[in-house]
Write a protein that binds this ligand. Sequence first.
Ligand code: CAA
Length: 258
Amino acid sequence: MSDKFVLSEKIGKVGLITLNRPDALNALCESLIHDLEHILERYESDSEIHCMILMGSDTVFAAGADIKEMQHKTYMEAYKEDLITKDWTQVSALRKPIIAAVSGYALGGGCELAMMCDFIIASNTAKFGQPEVTLGTMPGAGGTQRLTRSIGKAKAMDMCLTGRIMDAHEAEKAGLVSRIVPVEELREEALKVAQKISSYSLPILMMIKESVSRAFEMPLSEGLRFESRLFHSTFSTEDQKEGMAAFVEKRHPVFKDQ
Ligand code: CAA
C-alpha cells in the first residue's frame, strides 16, 4: 500500500516503511511526518507485525527536517507549535522493535530519526551528520542527546560543532551503527534481520526492548532491578514454557505471543 510521502508494505510479520520524497531528498516535512505517524500507529496495533524497518532510497535516508518549511518561522510559532518535538516522538515511543536501514545521507533530522530506531544497519554508502550548525541552528530532535549517548562526548561534540559528515565505517567503529552491508544488499539484509527478530515471541521482544531502553534512563542498580523483574515475569508466559521445552526436546519452538 502507498501513502503520499511514505510507502509501506507488510512482508510476513515485518512492516517495511520507506520514506519517499525523492525530489527533496526525503526532507522530513510535516506531511511526511504525519504519513509516517499514521503507518507506525497502524503497524504498532497490528498483532501480526512483530518488527518494523524504516528506510529511504539507495542514495538518501533523509536529508533532515524541511528547511524550506521552517525557514521563516518565528520563535513564538516554533515554541507554540512545539516545532519538531510534537510530531516526531512516535518512533521513539514504539513498543515493537524498529530497525533503521540507512543508505546515503542521514543528516540532521534524518540522523536523529535513524537514532530513534532501536538500531541502525547501514550500507557502505551511508553518511551521517548533524549539520544544523551550518544553518545557524542546532539539532532539535535528539541529536545532541542520542548521538552523545551513542558515540560519546568527543565525537558528538565534533559532529555537532563542525557539522561534518561521518561515513559508514567511522559510524560503525564509533558504535552508531550495528553492521554495514553493501548498498545493493541493504534491503534484503534488513529484512533478514527483521524476519529473524519476528520469529520470536512478540511480548518477549517488547520486554527486551523496554529493558534495553531503560538503560538510558536509569542508574545501573535500578536498571538491573527492572531487568530482573521483567526476566521473572517471562516465566508467566506460555512462550517461555514452549521455548525451553523445545530446547529440551530438540525441536523448533512454536511461539504464540502469549
Ligand atoms: N530541506 C528541504 N529541502 C531539502 C533539504 C532539506 N533538509 N535537503 C535537500 N533539499 C532539497 C534541495 O533544496 C533541492 O531542492 P531543489 O531541487 O528544489 O533546489 C533537492 O533537495 C536536492 O538537494 P541538493 O541539490 O542540495 O542535492 P545535493 O546532492 O547537491 O546535496 C545534501 C545533498 C548535501 C544532502 C544537501 O541537500 C544538503 O546539505 N541538505 C541539507 C542538509 C541539512 O542541513 N539538514 C539539516 C536540516 S535541519 C534539521 O534537521 C533540524 C533538526 O534537528 C530536526
